[in-house]
Design a protein around this ligand. Structure first.
Ligand code: PSV
Ligand code: MN
Length: 427
């Protein structure tokens, strides 16, 4: 299923009058503060968020999975789904594959399909946190950190194979998340686990193509509940520093202990030039994988404030980082959910872009705490939706992606094509 451009244009026509009024009003309001709304719209247009291949089906919990209907049953269908999202919002121009959930059997055909939908292949993700059918050795007690060198070798080889798939597709990065750790005190030797992991990562690093990066993702706990080898940003940074300049830290918003100051972590990693990018999601308790911006939008905004500052300092645009959603749902239509997530990311980015950072620096220098808070909250409380809509409109997307998705009955169309009983690969 494909959404033709004329359907988007037709839908936009009906919304254009109201949108133009709102945009012009905001543009004037921002103009009075010396902010160029059109420049912000351009910056937003350039921001692209990768969609993970595992988020296109209904996710599960460890208590069960209630699969939706019309879910993609193959990699082709997953690419088509991301094509639908990108046609609607023009901000989801790439797909990130998880291997072996989504092995591209015919890379050329996948590239052709993806480019016909204006899509690229983002980072490829390895998986040594599950055992696969016919796998020789088990990852029950770890993978890259395992006490048995044969298991470590198998996990290293898997990562090298993932790089091979990525190369065929034009990806430029390997993303590694390890569940390695222990569930009980005494179960593993922390130092040996670290050293084994480092040696394994060094072998993978040596196999990276010249122009590739490796992203090292950390997570505090789960599935191991006593210790995790790469438990926090500090451990991840330590591995990256030991590996070399092609290794950077990947921040997944759901991977921290409660109340961690993620924006400060982001600032520090950017200061060191070691932030690879993000896995966006939201959470109330742990790694809940909820829709981005659904629970803690102010935190997301504060993170973007640091990102905008960091990008400015580094003289980099948003294309210098890997932005990806990592969430999966039990109760929502996955495509509607992803549209909401992308919109939330762009809204936070827009709010951070309108922040008066010069005034903020002055307030900080004068210890004017009240003004500093006010400046942040003024930006956060500004309704920047017209900026995001204008960006989508200019890029050929929809002024109301979810509204159009529903008007066109996209899910019904997908059910007609794929059937009612479908299960996408993933967790
Ligand atoms: C682990 O919780 C994680 O965040 C990693 O990024 C995995 O690749 C992904 O989720 C798999 O669901
Ligand atoms: Mn993640």
């Amino acid at each position: 299923m494909k959404i033709e451009q004329y359907r988007i244009d037709q839908h936009n026509e009906g919304l254009l009058g109201k949108h133009n009024n709102q945009f012009i009003f905001l543009k004037e309001q921002l103009g009075e503060q010396g902010i160029d709304a059109n420049a912000i719209v351009k910056t937003l247009q350039a921001f692209q968020v990768a969609i993970p291949s595992w988020a296109l089906g209904t996710g599960g919990t460890r208590f069960g999975r209630f699969s939706g209907a019309g879910e993609p049953g193959s990699l082709e269908e997953k690419i088509e789904d991301v094509g639908l999202l990108n046609a609607l919002n023009r901000s989801s121009g790439s797909i990130s594959l998880h291997i072996p959930w989504d092995i591209p059997k015919d890379a050329d055909a996948m590239i052709q399909l993806a480019s016909s939908l204006d899509l690229k292949f983002d980072a490829v993700n390895s998986n040594t946190f599950q055992d696969q059918k016919n796998q020789e050795l088990s990852y029950k007690y770890g993978s890259l950190s395992h006490v048995d060198p044969k298991v470590r070798k198998q996990a290293v080889d898997h990562n090298i194979e993932v790089i091979k798939y990525g190369k065929e597709l034009g990806s430029k990065a390997l993303s590694i998340w390890l569940s390695d750790g222990s569930c009980f005190p005494g179960q593993s030797n922390f130092v040996k686990s670290f050293q084994n992991t480092l040696e394994s990562l060094q072998e993978i690093y040596a196999a990276l193509p010249e122009d590739w990066k490796v992203f090292v993702e950390y997570k505090a706990y789960e599935p191991n509940f006593y210790s995790t080898v790469i438990q926090d940003w500090g451990s991840s940074l330590l591995f990256c520093q030991k590996l070399g300049p092609k290794a950077d830290v990947l921040v997944d918003l759901g991977h921290h202990l409660p109340n961690a100051n993620i924006e400060q972590i982001v600032a520090t990693l950017m200061m060191e030039g070691r932030l690879a990018g993000f896995h966006f999601n939201d959470s109330k308790y742990g790694d809940d994988d909820l829709t981005v911006g659904s629970i803690r939008p102010y935190m997301l905004f504060l993170i973007f404030v640091e990102l905008v500052e960091g990008m400015k300092r580094a003289g980099k645009g948003s294309d210098g980082f890997a932005w990806m959603i990592d969430a999966s749902h039990n109760v929502k239509d996955p495509l509607e959910d992803l549209l909401q997530s992308v919109e939330a990311i762009l809204l936070s980015y827009a709010q951070a872009l309108i922040l008066d950072s010069k005034k903020l620096e002055i307030a900080r220098g004068e210890n004017d705490v009240v003004l500093a808070q006010q400046l942040l909250q003024n930006a956060f409380r500004t309704d920047v939706r017209p900026l995001v809509r204008e960006a989508m409109l200019h890029s050929g997307g929809s002024l109301d992606p979810i509204g159009l998705f529903r008007d066109l009955k996209v899910r019904n169309g997908l059910i007609a094509e794929r059937g009612l009983v479908t299960v996408a690969t993933g967790l």
